[in-house]
Design a protein around this ligand. Structure first.
Ligand SMILES: [Zn+2]
Length: 231
């Protein structure tokens, strides 16, 4: 069985950006690992972190994914040996065929943990030839510079994605958790990719990515992946 790993800084990052795509891969018999590098303690203002972890575990459990934790400090990730070793350890343990992580935002306006982690994942992945596909996900809060070249039709999994996002009750007040925000981003990419017709009443139909490296484009096409015009 092939594995796909989503490596993100915080509980909820993967749910917002790529849970539909992970569900699609799961339906194609991939084992799915969701790795959260921090426990997201900063976002609960120092309160009990157990609730935040339970939210993430519930979201992954309902999808049939496995959640793993890096337990590094939220808001204070550093590019260096500790983070690199954590990522290398996961790659060695799970031997993922597909890797999804944050967008390496060149403007550095995304969360500081996001681009530090993207930097580390890309660094480690560059030294490993054996995976098939490395993707950067659209930032959940949007981005001025993100230019996707892969659009995944996740309309079959829209309800599951919504339910997984809703598990994060401690974060639901944030504007980018609102269904209309998630829908708007999906509809925007539907227009941009020429796939307007697949965005029906339920707008969570498309997830957008930037392909960093791929060795399986013919196979990727079979997943329902759609190449964008902007390379
Ligand atoms: Zn985050």
């Amino acid at each position: 069985m092939k594995s796909a790993i989503a490596i993100f800084a915080h509980p909820d990052d993967a749910e917002l950006t790529c849970f539909g795509t992970l569900a699609l891969l799961h339906s194609l018999d991939y084992r799915i690992i969701v790795a959260i590098v921090t426990d997201g303690l900063e976002a609960v203002n120092g309160n009990d972190v157990a609730d935040r972890i339970e939210e993430a575990e519930e979201a992954s459990r309902m999808m049939g994914f496995r959640l793993i934790r890096g337990r590094l400090p939220d808001g204070d990730l550093h590019f260096g040996n500790t983070l690199i070793k954590r990522v290398e350890g996961w790659f060695a343990e799970f031997e993922p065929a597909i890797i999804i992580t944050h967008y390496l935002d060149p403007d550095h306006v995304d969360h500081q943990d996001h681009f530090v982690l993207a930097h580390a994942v890309l660094n480690v992945a560059q030294r490993r030839p054996e995976y098939d596909l490395l993707l950067e996900a659209e930032p959940s809060r949007g981005s001025r510079s993100f230019a996707p070249n892969l659009f995944v039709n996740v309309s079959r999994f829209a309800a599951q994605k919504r339910a997984a996002i809703a598990c994060h009750k401690s974060q639901i007040h944030k504007h980018y958790f609102r269904p209309e925000h998630v829908d708007l981003r999906s509809r925007w990419w539907a227009e941009a990719s020429g796939a307007r017709e697949i965005c029906g009443e339920d707008g969570v139909a498309i997830e957008a990515f930037r392909i960093v490296r791929s060795s399986i484009m013919s196979e990727a096409a079979a997943f329902g992946f759609r190449r964008g015009e902007r390379a």
